[in-house]
Design a protein. Structure first.
Length: 438
C-alpha cells in the first residue's frame, strides 16, 4: 500500500459502516461543481521518511501546477495512522478534500461509500486514457465490474532486503529463495549475534500484507469467490501460523518486534542491527537513515519452494497508492486537471524517483531510470508474482480484524505462550465474527 506506513488504523469497522449507510456522505448532494475553480485541497499520504520530507518533495510540484493552471493546491500530508479514519469521517460529513491519496487496498471499501468520483471511460480520457496504466495497478482500483474509484499514482511490491556484510560474516553466499532456506540462514546469523528478520508485529496492515501472501502460498484465500469471509479455512490457519511461527518457533523474528508499529524494523535494518527486512520499496527510506545502496542487496520474497510466480508462488501483494477525487468537490475540472498532472509522464518520473517506487504509467516504467537492479526485482514481482488484496467492500474491516488477530498472536509469542493451530483458529474465528454480515 505505501512505502513507510506507521501504525495502522484501529477502529475502522464502525466508521465504515456509518459511511456505507450514509450512501456516500458528502456525495449525496450530487456530482460536484466548479464553484471554486481557483483552489484545491489535497490530502497526500506520508510516503517519505517524514512528513517534512514529503512536503519538500511535493510542494515544488504543486507550485509548478499552480503556475501552469492558476489553481492553488492546499497540501496536507496525513500520517498513515490517521488517514483512513480521516477519509471515512469525510465521507459521512461531506467535509473532505478535493483530491486525496488512498492506499490501493482500500479502493473497494471506499468505493462502496459512494463518496468518490468513478473513473469511467470519459473521466479516464480526460487524463490520457486508461490504457496508460499497467494492468497490475488497475487491478487494485476498485471492485471488479465497476468503474475504478481511483487512479494509480505509485506502485510498490515487497522485496527481501539483506545486509551484505552480515551475510558474508555468517558465510551465506546468496539470499534465501524459500522459507526453509531463510530459517536455516537464520541459525547462522544468530550464531554471529545478529537479529535475523525484522517485522512490525504491532502494525495491523503490515500483518495483513504478509499473511495474505502466506495464504496465497498455501493455496488459500481469506474470502470465498462470492466475497464472504473465510478466515478459518484450514489453509488460511496454516498460513497465519507459519508467519507467526517465524517468531514463535523458528526464532528468526525477534520477540521485541511484536510491539513494532512505527517502522522500527526499517531503522534496525538501516543501522545494521538485523540481517533481513521484508518491505515495500524501501530504498529511499534506508538512504534517508544513512544506509548506502552498496550495503544491502534486494531479492524476491521467499516462497515455499521453487521460484516466485503465479498461484502458490505469489510472493507479494500488489501494493501502491491511488489518487481519488471526492465526488462533491467544488472544483471538479481542477481536480481532474490535477490528477492528470500528477500522473503525467514528467511528474511520474519525478515523484516515483523521489520515493523509489515504481511508476504505474507504462511509458515511464519502461524508462532506464526505473531499470536499476533494485527496481528490476520490484517490477518483475509486480508483473509476475504479485496478487491484489481482496477488492471487496469489507476489505478495510478485514485489514483491521485479521491484522489485529495476528498482532495478538505475536504478543502471545513474545510472551512465550505456545502458538497452536487451535489458538490461531480461535483468533481468526473472533476476527470473522467482527465482520459485517454479507
Amino acid at each position: 500500500m505505501r512505502s513507510i506506513r506507521a501504525a495502522a488504523v484501529g477502529a475502522v469497522t464502525m466508521s465504515l459502516a456509518l459511511a456505507a449507510t450514509a450512501c456516500g456522505g458528502g456525495s449525496s448532494t450530487g456530482g460536484g461543481s466548479n464553484d471554486s475553480p481557483k483552489t484545491l485541497t489535497y490530502w497526500a499520504s506520508n510516503q517519505g521518511a517524514s512528513i517534512e520530507i514529503d512536503k519538500k518533495v511535493l510542494q515544488p510540484e504543486l507550485d509548478k501546477f499552480q503556475k501552469q493552471t492558476g489553481i492553488k493546491v492546499k497540501l496536507e500530508v496525513v500520517p498513515w495512522s490517521d488517514l483512513l479514519n480521516r477519509i471515512l469521517t469525510a465521507t459521512t460529513s461531506g467535509q473532505g478534500p478535493d483530491v486525496l491519496n488512498i492506499g490501493n487496498t482500500w479502493s473497494a471499501s471506499l468505493q462502496a461509500t459512494g463518496a468518490l468520483l468513478p473513473w469511467d471511460a470519459k473521466n479516464f480520457d480526460k487524463i490520457g486514457g486508461k490504457d496508460r496504466f499497467v494492468d497490475s495497478a488497475l487491478g487494485s482500483t476498485g471492485a471488479e465490474g465497476k468503474d475504478p474509484a481511483a487512479v494509480p499514482l505509485y506502485s510498490m511490491a515487497y522485496a527481501l532486503y539483506y545486509n551484505k556484510k552480515i551475510f558474508a560474516d555468517a558465510g551465506i553466499a546468496k539470499p534465501p529463495a524459500t522459507w526453509d532456506e531463510l530459517i536455516a540462514d537464520g541459525k547462522k546469523i544468530s550464531a554471529k549475534g545478529k537479529s535475523v528478520l525484522g517485522a512490525e508485529g504491532g502494525n495491523v496492515s503490515e500483518n495483513i500484507h504478509h499473511v495474505f501472501v502466506f495464504a496465497k502460498q498455501h493455496g488459500a484465500d481469506f474470502f470465498t469467490a462470492d466475497g464472504k469471509p473465510n478466515f478459518t479455512d484450514d489453509n488460511v490457519v496454516a498460513a497465519v501460523k507459519q508467519y507467526v511461527d517465524l517468531m514463535a518457533k523458528d526464532k528468526v523474528i525477534p520477540t521485541g518486534d511484536a510491539e513494532y508499529a512505527q517502522n522500527q524494523s526499517v531503522s534496525d535494518f538501516a543501522k545494521g542491527k538485523q540481517a533481513m527486512l521484508l518491505w515495500q520499496s524501501a530504498s529511499s527510506n534506508l538512504k534517508s537513515q544513512g544506509m548506502s545502496d552498496s550495503d544491502y542487496g534486494i531479492a524476491p520474497v521467499p516462497v515455499q519452494s521453487g521460484t516466485p510466480g503465479t498461484g502458490t508462488q505469489v510472493n507479494s501483494a500488489v501494493m501502491g497508492i491511488n489518487m481519488a477525487v471526492f465526488k462533491n468537490t467544488k472544483n471538479l475540472d481542477g481536480a481532474t486537471k490535477f490528477v492528470k498532472f500528477m500522473t503525467s509522464d514528467a511528474e511520474q518520473k519525478i515523484l516515483n524517483t523521489a520515493y523509489t517506487s515504481i511508476p504505474p504509467v507504462k511509458s515511464v516504467q519502461a524508462e532506464a531510470t526505473f531499470s536499476t537492479p533494485a527496481n528490476a526485482v520490484l517490477k518483475d514481482t509486480l508483473a509476475t508474482s504479485a496478487a491484489a488484496l481482496p477488492q471487496v467492500a469489507a476489505e478495510s474491516q478485514f485489514e483491521t480484524t485479521v491484522g489485529t488477530a495476528v498482532k495478538n498472536l505475536f504478543a502471545d509469542a513474545a510472551a512465550g505462550r505456545t502458538i497452536t493451530t487451535d489458538s490461531v483458529k480461535a483468533e481468526l474465528e473472533k476476527a470473522q465474527q467482527q465482520m459485517p454480515a454479507a
